[in-house]
Design a protein around this ligand. Structure first.
Ligand SMILES: Nc1ncnc2c1ncn2[C@@H]1O[C@H](COP(=O)(O)OP(=O)(O)OP(=O)(O)O)[C@@H](O)[C@H]1O
Ligand SMILES: [Mg+2]
Length: 221
């Protein structure tokens, strides 16, 4: 399970602006929650802290009994690689890898054999409607296509925890529906845990619970 307790974050360079004041959240396997909140309210900051990409000023993030805040960089990276799938708001695809290799990356990093990794990546890309594009490079994709590759990459290794930052922001209704269905399936069928950050109330409604981040705190919406 995932436990987030009394999380605090202030960016000194932002004029001592306290972004997260006291954030608490608990998820058990199969839980899928959405987080909404105004632009700049700290949603991406929170996901970065949960993923251990950044460290909080105070508070703890514990995933499956491991406290991230107590691990060194390498251990955090290993935990993230194995147990998390992160859909970044800015996609962060690797430009020199094909769509298929981008999607297979999380599997490769976890030691899955080349053929098995490519097969699984192909299946996930098909689920988001990109089967015809597997040999293309990210530089040739539209924003929405890139976003779907980012989702496929985050889900391919069936992570224990999925963190999706605005994963449908660039998508039409049909593509958004595919992405949201795939996210939900990963969480419900595989008993993962999911946190969906979104500005879309329709997308948020596909989660089990919706929270609003405001004033540095997370409250049921
Ligand atoms: N590295 C940083 N240094 C200084 N300030 C930062 C840093 N990262 C984020 N901020 C500030 O922290 C606040 C929260 O940013 P964050 O990206 O978490 O917002 P968000 O809720 O994800 O917004 P959006 O909906 O626009 O994506 C913003 O005011 C932002 O400018
Ligand atoms: Mg953001």
């Amino acid at each position: 399970m995932l436990n987030i307790s009394r999380l605090q974050k202030t960016y000194r360079s932002a004029g001592e602006q306290c972004i997260l004041q006291d954030v608490n959240l608990e998820l058990v396997p199969g839980d899928y929650v959405a987080i909404i909140g105004e632009s700049g309210s700290g949603k991406s900051t929170l996901l970065n802290l949960i993923a251990g990409l950044d460290l909080p000023d105070a508070g703890t993030v514990t995933l499956a009994g491991q406290e991230l805040t107590g691990l060194d960089d390498d251990a955090r990276t290993r935990l993230r690689r194995r147990d998390m799938g992160f859909v970044f708001q800015a996609f962060l695809l690797l430009p020199h890898l094909t769509v298929l290799d981008n999607a297979a990356l999380s599997l490769k990093l976890n030691g899955v054999q080349h053929n098995a990794a490519q097969q699984r990546a192909h299946a996930v890309l098909t689920a988001v409607g990109l089967a015809a594009m597997i040999h293309r490079f990210p530089g040739t994709l539209s924003g929405g296509e890139s976003q779907r590759v980012a989702v496929a990459r985050a889900l391919a290794h069936e992570p224990r925890l999925v963190l999706a930052d605005e994963p449908t922001g660039n998508l039409d209704a049909a593509s958004a529906g595919m992405v949201l269905a795939l996210l939900r399936e990963q969480i419900k069928v595989r008993r993962s845990m999911g946190i969906l950050v979104t500005h879309s109330t329709a997308a948020a409604a596909t989660a089990d619970r919706v929270y609003r981040l405001a004033g540095g705190e997370l409250r049921p919406s």
